[in-house]
Design a binder for this molecule. Sequence first.
Ligand code: PLP
Length: 248
Amino acid sequence: MSTTIAENIATVQAHIAEACARAQRDPSQITLVAVSKKKPAQDILEAIAAGVQHFGENRVEESNEKIPQVQATTGVPITWHMVGHIQSRKSKEVPGLFDKVHSVDSVKLAHRLSSAVQSSDAAQNLAPLDVFIQINISGEERKSGFDAFNWQAQDAVKAQLWQDFRTITQLPGLNVLGLMTMAPIVDDMETTRPVFRALATLREALAEDFEHPLPELSMGMTDDYPVAIEEGATVVRIGRAIFGERQP
Ligand SMILES: *Cc1c(COP(=O)(O)O)cnc(C)c1O
């Protein structure tokens, strides 16, 4: 039997609370981002009615249509999160559409987003854009993000990452909140634990070396968010567990 979006949200929130209890964390420290990519505005409105105020999308074109539709209908203030890879030619549109970007996966993109914020006209008057630096910590090939596989043992990997982090945090118009990663897709979510733990360790090292607070860790999706929370996630990005399977 299929469940409603409101029921799904209640289930996810219960699982978040259970994971927090296991890790002795306060559930109010976790932001639930409902990833509504490929789902209609109506589904987003249902989730808003059930109390969700953070939504994640992964395509600028789709968001250009859906975000205004939702904003025109709801009086609830919504925080919009960009979680997908951003094509260079689309980067200009991002700061006006989204409040937070989880997918800063190259220095080039960071420069483009920084310029987009700064060149926004006075009427828009855009605030600094909150960003997460996307990290490929599992070392999977063809996965987006800065390479951080085995960074503690690989001096060259660490040096490159530290250099890129310094560059990005010095760019005007960007406010680096923390790190984001996607764990490998596996059958047993326990397998993802070392990946999440490694991201938490990396965050601590960067925060300490740069004396740059990095309060946020965006990690955990439908198949693995309980483990991510146990390992320190502050933001979980959940699609299918809330909105059901997506059309391929
Ligand atoms: C699609 C997506 C999610 C949500 O994935 P689910 O498995 O549906 O929970 C989270 N993060 C990113 C970056 C995504 O692209």
